[in-house]
Every structure is written in C-alpha cells, then in structure tokens.
Design a protein around this ligand. Structure first.
Ligand SMILES: Nc1ncnc2c1ncn2[C@@H]1O[C@H](COP(=O)(O)OP(=O)(O)OP(=O)(O)O)[C@@H](O)[C@H]1O
Length: 591
C-alpha cells in the first residue's frame, strides 16, 4: 500500500460517504437502527447459552428457564438475520439512489466545464469515473452501515455485559486483545525504517537484474561476467539477510499479535477457571461469562476489514471529486438577453497552456451575413468557433453575440441561438430519428422528416429497411462520412437557430454526396448568420467576407474577388487549391 494511503484519515472518509447519502437520511437512519438491532440480537445465542448454563448449575435446575433460553436463542438468531437483511436492503437502496445522483451530477458537470477539460482528460478516464468508480463506491455506501454496526456493537455489548457481571473476568477477556494491539502498534511505529530498507533493496535488485539483461552482450564481449555476477550476488545476499532479520522483527511478533487478537478466551478460560476453582468467582457466573464472551468475536479483524474498505473508498472518492470539483465556466446570476444574431470579436486572445494560439483578433458578422475563416492548418479557425460557442473562455478581449458578452448570457440561451455542424459527427446509440431529434427533442416525426428532406438525407434514409427507426451508433448501423454530415445538417435544420457555425469536412466526399451536402448547407444557411471554416475554397466564392488566419492572427480579409486580386496569401492558397482540384478532376476522369 502506498504511503499516501497509510496516512489516510479514515474518519473523514466515512463522513464523506455518509455525506454523499445525506439526501436519503431517513432510509439511512432506519438502516443504522435495524443494523444495530441485528447486532444486538446476534448476541442472543451466547446470552441464552450463558443463562442456560447458569440455570443448569443452580440447585434445583429450572428446566423452564432453560427451555425459554433455547427458544430465545433461536428467535434471536432468526431476528438477527431478518434485521441484518433488511438493513442491507435499505442501505443498498440508498447506495443505488446515491450512485444515480452522482452520475447525474457528473453528467451535468460535463456540460458546464470548458472543453479544455475534455482535452486534458481522456474519455476512458471520464468513463471510468462515471461507470466503474461510482459502481465501486457501492461497497462503501451499502455495506458500511450494516457491517460497522455488526462489527462494533455486539463485541462492545458483550464486553459491557461481562464487566457488569464481574469486571475481573472482563479484564481477562480483553487482555489478549490489548496486548495484540500493543504489539501491532509498536510494529507499525518501528516498521517504517525496515520497510524503507526493503524497498531500497528491492529497487537495487530490480536495477541489477535489468542491467544484467540489458548488458549481457557487452558484458560477455568484455569478459566482465565475474564483476556483473559479483554485484548481483551482493544485492541478493543483502535481501537474504534482510529477510532473515524481517522474520525476527516482524513476522514472529506479527503472528503473535494476530493470535492474541483472536484469543479473547485465552486468559478468561484458563485464569478464570483457576479463579472459579479457588472460589474467587462462582462457577455458574464463570461459565455464563465464557458463553457470553463468544459474542466478542474478532473485533480487531472486523475493524481491520472496515479500514481496508475505507482506504479503497478514499481513493475512489479522490478520483470522483476530481471530476466533481472541476472548474466550470463562470455564469452570471442575472444573465443578459441576446438581442440579435450578430457576432463580434473584440481584441480576442486565447492560450492553450502557455501557447498563444489567437492574438488580438477583431471582426464582426452582422445578422444574416456570412463570414468564412480560411488559412493553414493550426491557424486557429476551430478555436474561433469554440470561443463563439463559449466552449472555452477568452484569455483577453470579448466575444459578443447579439451585442452581449457571451460570459454574461445564460448558457441555455446561447446554445439556443447557435447551431453547429462539425466535421466529427457524433451518432449516439438510438434510432436515426432520435439522432436527428438531438436538434430539438420535442420535434414531431413530421418535423424530423422535413429536416431530413431539407438536409438531403431523406432519400438514403428511405432506402434503409427500417427507415427512421434504424438503430445507429454502438452495435447499430454505421453511416458513411457524407451521410453523417447530412444527419448533422438535419439536426441543425431542426434546431432552427439564427446563428450557424459550420466546420466544412476536410475529407472529400464523392461528387454526388458533395453536391447534396452543398445544396443542404446552402438551404440551411439562408437567412442565418454564418461562420464557416472553409477547406474547399470554391464553396465560399460568394460569402460576404473571408478572413485568412495564420498563427492566430488575421493576415488578410476581404471578399473572394478582392483577395484573389490582391495577390496575397489567399491568392496563393486559391491557386494551389485550383491546381489540386484540376488534378483531382483529371484523375477522376482518367479513372
Ligand atoms: N486542445 C488543444 N490543446 C492544445 N493545443 C491545441 C488544442 N487544440 C488546438 N490546439 C492548437 O491550437 C492551434 C490552433 O488550432 P485550431 O484547431 O484552432 O486550428 P485550425 O486552424 O482549426 O486547424 P485545422 O485547419 O487543422 O483544423 C494549433 O496549433 C493546435 O495545435
């Protein structure tokens, strides 16, 4: 176990677990109550035996009392099992409800963190937290309450009972446990040095072994086998000496402590018997107490088990908290309304880590106008789109939508105003209709079909045997790149937002698909404010303005005709693009 886990304060971990379940306080209290009652009842066979033995040793023997003791013992066991089962049932209910709450909370959290958070954390990591780690939390939440009650209440109660009957017998009973704890405590206190030595020697053994394996050819070539073996022999010998000392230092006392911790009858049985023989304690009292002492069980073992559980829970909670406490994009308590569909960036800068990827960017797109962003790969085009949609916040400057700083607008309002058509189209597991409905969840079937028609997707959907009911995503049907793009356009059509952010696909679809996609986009863009990240320069011949971005700065701006005439960076891009297009065209004709 790591040092950090050794230093874990278990009290706060238990408190955190209980805190997570606080919403279900009523059920939890009932679970604690029934768990504790079960623990008390678990003593009933020992108590019943104790009383029965006591009664047996009286003169005259009361068989009625003995019969009642038997019956009480049996009923007690049955009651204990039933109550323990009920307590576990309740604690599981609480645990499952808390798991659902946590998963929902994390899902909502993911909607509020900046996209940069997703860049820094793998999807696997987030999946692990939301699925596996929250699942494992059940062990702590569902088992902690019943098991802590069972582990602690019964032993303490049996000790108290014996102490009330005869305190000397109680001391005899706990003496081995106290000695065991003392030895364990000393072992743990003095064990730090030897544990460090053990790790050192292990590390040296690993180094020597790896070196031997890696350098075998060199060692042989230089006839150095004897020297290499000498080093290995030394460190293996150190390990042997250490292990011998370790047996004396830790294994023998550790075993003794383990034996003592489970031997609460050791002194009570032997010394107690001598006391009874000497007449210092009544035989019937002694016999009754021995029977009750069985209820003490393995208190220390149970506490150790619970500690291990809590340590594991601590690690899980740390990872879950990392996601729960992730920084969110700040929002205003009184958000401002968005007045129109204009976009404006004023002196905007943005960094990924220490690297400035946008620097002093200023431009405006009035309502209903279309702006194209072009430029070399890595120039910052996608980052601009991310900032407009407030997937990230600017480092300096302002992004305005409808005249309002996006940081002052309610996130839902912002999302309502903007539709995205990304290159990477995510299809989730569900029907094709549901996938389109992502644009407007309440849309009717007729609306979905109309959107698919506008996105030029209806025809290919109609050829599928199950049409709009075809299952997509994991385990379902996969779609081609062009078809995915059209689903994404259909989502945007359905959303009917006044602003459209469009990241044109870099991969060339086949000519037929490309023509369909262009038609669909042209129809979608009509009447909206559009920012398009363009890779195919012929598609932006008619936009209102083109910005050429290079290394996060605007290096040129103007209409297509202006820029071609200016003979600057865009004109060079255009010439190269035309040449590549001509080449592709010829190649497809030759084929
Ligand atoms: N999540 C990220 N973490 C760190 N750096 C990033 C991240 N995303 C992008 N970058 C860097 O920021 C710069 C701008 O990237 P951006 O994706 O905005 O450029 P782009 O012009 O859209 O490129 P492309 O045309 O290739 O998509 C690039 O240098 C890129 O490597």
């Amino acid at each position: 176990m790591s040092d950090s886990t050794n230093n874990v304060q278990l009290g706060p971990v238990a408190k955190r677990l209980v805190g997570l379940m606080a919403r279900y306080r009523g059920l939890m209290l009932l679970s604690i109550f029934t768990g504790s009652a079960a623990s008390v009842l678990s003593l009933s066979p020992y108590l019943a035996t104790g009383f029965a033995v006591f009664a047996l040793l009286q003169n005259p023997v009361s068989w009625t009392v003995i019969l009642w003791c038997g019956l009480a013992g049996m009923l007690g066991v049955a009651g204990e099992k039933a109550l323990f089962g009920f307590s576990t049932y309740l604690s599981h209910k609480v645990a499952f409800a808390t798991q659902r709450d946590l998963r929902l909370e994390l899902a909502e959290k993911l909607e509020r963190v900046p996209l940069g958070f997703m860049d820094d954390h793998s999807k696997g990591e987030i999946r692990n937290t939301m699925v596996d780690e929250i699942e494992l939390l059940e062990d702590g939440m569902a088992h902690l309450v019943p098991e802590v009650s069972a582990a602690i209440i019964a032993p303490i109660l049996s000790l108290l009972l014996i102490a009330v009957i005869d305190w000397r017998l109680a001391i005899l009973m706990v003496l081995p446990t106290l000695l065991g704890v003392l030895i364990m405590g000393r072992l743990m206190k003095n064990g730090e040095g030897p544990t460090r030595d053990y790790m050192d020697i292990q590390a040296r053994m690993a180094t020597v072994s790896t070196e031997m394996a890696d350098s075998i050819a060199t060692v042989r070539a230089f006839n150095q086998e004897a020297q290499a073996m000498g080093r290995a022999r030394d460190v293996f010998a150190q390990m042997r000496v250490f292990s011998g000392n370790w047996v004396n230092f830790a294994v023998i006392p550790g075993t003794a402590a383990q034996v003592l911790l489970t031997s609460h009858l050791m002194f009570l049985g032997s010394v107690g018997l001598l006391m009874a023989a000497a007449g210092w304690v009544e035989v019937s009292i002694y016999a009754g107490c021995v029977a009750v002492a069985f209820g003490f069980g393995d208190l220390f073992g149970s506490i150790q088990g619970i500690s291990h559980r809590l340590m594991r829970q601590h690690e899980l909670l740390e990872r879950i908290d990392h996601l729960r406490n992730a920084r969110e994009l700040p929002t205003q308590s009184e958000p401002a309304p968005i007045a129109d569909a204009s976009i404006a960036l004023e002196d905007v800068s943005f960094f990924y880590g220490d690297r400035e990827v946008l620097s002093g960017l200023t431009f405006e797109v009035s309502e209903g106008r279309c702006l194209a962003l072009v430029g070399p790969s890595g120039g910052g085009k996608s980052t601009v789109a991310r900032l407009i949609g407030r997937f990230q916040d600017v480092a300096a400057g302002t992004v305005r939508i409808g005249g309002q700083d996006v940081r002052d607008v309610a996130p839902q309002d912002l999302h309502r105003h903007i539709a995205h058509v990304f290159q990477d189209v995510f299809l989730f597991h569900g029907t094709l209709a549901d996938n389109i409905r992502l644009g407007r969840p309440e849309a009717s079937d007729a609306d979905v079909e109309a959107a698919a028609r506008a996105a030029r997707a209806h025809d290919f959907i109609s050829t599928l045997p199950e049409g709009y009911d075809t299952m997509l995503g994991e385990g379902g049907l996969g779609l081609s790149g062009g078809e995915r793009q059209r689903i994404s356009i259909a989502r945007a059509v359905l959303k009917d937002a006044p602003i459209l952010l469009l990241d044109e696909a870099t991969a060339f679809a086949d000519p037929e698909n490309e023509a369909l996609i262009q038609d669909a986009i042209a129809e979608l863009a009509r009447g909206r404010t559009v920012v398009v990240i363009a890779h195919r320069l012929h598609t932006i011949a008619n936009v209102d303005e083109i910005l050429v971005l290079d290394e996060g700065r605007i290096v040129e701006r103007g209409t297509h005709a202006d820029l071609v005439a200016a003979d600057g960076p865009f004109a060079s891009m255009w010439a190269a693009y035309e040449e590549a297009r001509g080449f592709r065209h010829n190649a497809s004709e030759d084929a």
